[in-house]
Design a protein around this ligand. Structure first.
Ligand SMILES: [Zn+2]
Length: 325
């Protein structure tokens, strides 16, 4: 069965290793375009903009501006896809569905940390024109939208900045998915209040099972579901296990998050957001060809095959249809 994954950091792996084929063939990564065949219906590829303080560590020249960096990452995305007929750049649920019916995988362009928007709504329009279809408002740093998730309750309660509120409305108007993964709890509640259409938590799990501030509380899951949104199951062990320092997790543990999320918010809010190539750890499902291991654990958790279809693909397609096209 094929699936849609709402988050990976594979573009950064290609960039920082200077991979000659970009994301076309990247054996050291958890996925590449060639391996998506017959496994991945659609992969969201994030242009993750690391903090400037870690540019050197990521192998990024410190002379490069945020906008140049985004442009280079987008170039890797576009040029890799151009070299391969099995994957197409998709900008809507209709394009993904059409590709699925032709047996072709889709690649969706997203952004993690919207700081390059720099308080300018026109930049959001520009990113939309370039094909970006989801933006995680923050990563783990404050920016023009608001504040990140935090273990500090005071920081965690901070809401969106006035620009962030305008930007969320504008993103929903022009058709960019608002992604609350990494955002503060206060920011989440502002997004939830403002959004007239579904929004996403592209790669976040259940805080009731794993207390990381990156995960969603039950109240948040209910609110996201009420708006018709989805949360993508993140495979990072510290966001799955009750011990957040854990470096090992299983398909069964991920399925337990799916079960809890569905029990709290309903089956319609559960999706996949692996975070592949965004962390290291020991996993059962450690690359895009092994997702069947998760699907069989979902079955063991009592999900029907219709339910698993929704988790794997149809919930995300519905959100894209309702929110951006
Ligand atoms: Zn992330």
């Amino acid at each position: 069965m094929t699936y849609i994954d709402m988050h990976c950091d594979t573009l950064l792996t290609a960039f920082s290793t200077n991979a000659p084929d970009g994301i076309l063939s990247l054996p050291e990564a958890a996925l590449d375009l060639r391996r998506m065949d017959n496994h991945v219906a659609a992969q969201f590829f994030a242009v993750f903009l690391p903090p400037r303080s870690s540019f050197a560590r990521e192998g990024i020249s410190e002379d490069i501006s945020d906008l140049e960096f985004i442009e280079r990452m987008r170039d890797i995305f576009i040029s890799s896809i151009e070299k391969y007929s099995g994957v197409e750049f998709a900008r809507s649920s209709n394009e993904i569905s059409a590709n699925m019916s032709r047996g072709i995988s889709s690649a969706v362009l997203t952004m993690e940390d919207g700081r390059a928007v720099n308080g300018d709504l026109d930049m959001l329009r520009k990113f939309h024109d370039q094909g970006f279809r989801a933006i995680a408002l923050t990563w783990n740093m404050e920016n023009c939208f608001g504040y990140p998730n935090s273990k500090n309750p005071e920081e965690m309660s901070l809401g969106l900045k006035p620009f962030g509120k305008d930007a969320v409305r504008y993103m929903q108007d022009i058709g960019i998915l608002v992604d609350v993964s990494h955002l503060s709890d206060g920011g989440f509640w502002d997004v939830s209040q403002i959004c007239q259409k579904p929004f996403i938590a592209s790669h976040s799990n259940c805080r009731a099972l794993s207390p990381s501030p990156r995960n969603l509380t039950d109240e948040m899951i209910r609110s996201l579901a009420d708006k018709g949104g989805v949360a993508g199951l993140n495979f990072l062990p510290g966001f799955i296990e009750s011990d957040t320092s854990s470096r090992k997790t299983s398909a069964q543990s991920i399925a337990l998050h799916a079960r809890h999320m569905a029990d709290v918010g309903g089956i319609e809010c559960v999706a996949i957001g692996t975070d592949f190539d965004g962390f290291s750890g020991e996993l059962d499902v450690d690359d895009c060809t092994k997702m069947e291991l998760l699907f069989s654990e979902l079955k063991n958790q009592g999900f029907s095959s219709d339910d698993i279809d929704k988790i794997a693909r149809y919930n995300v397609l519905r959100v894209m249809k309702d929110a951006i096209s």
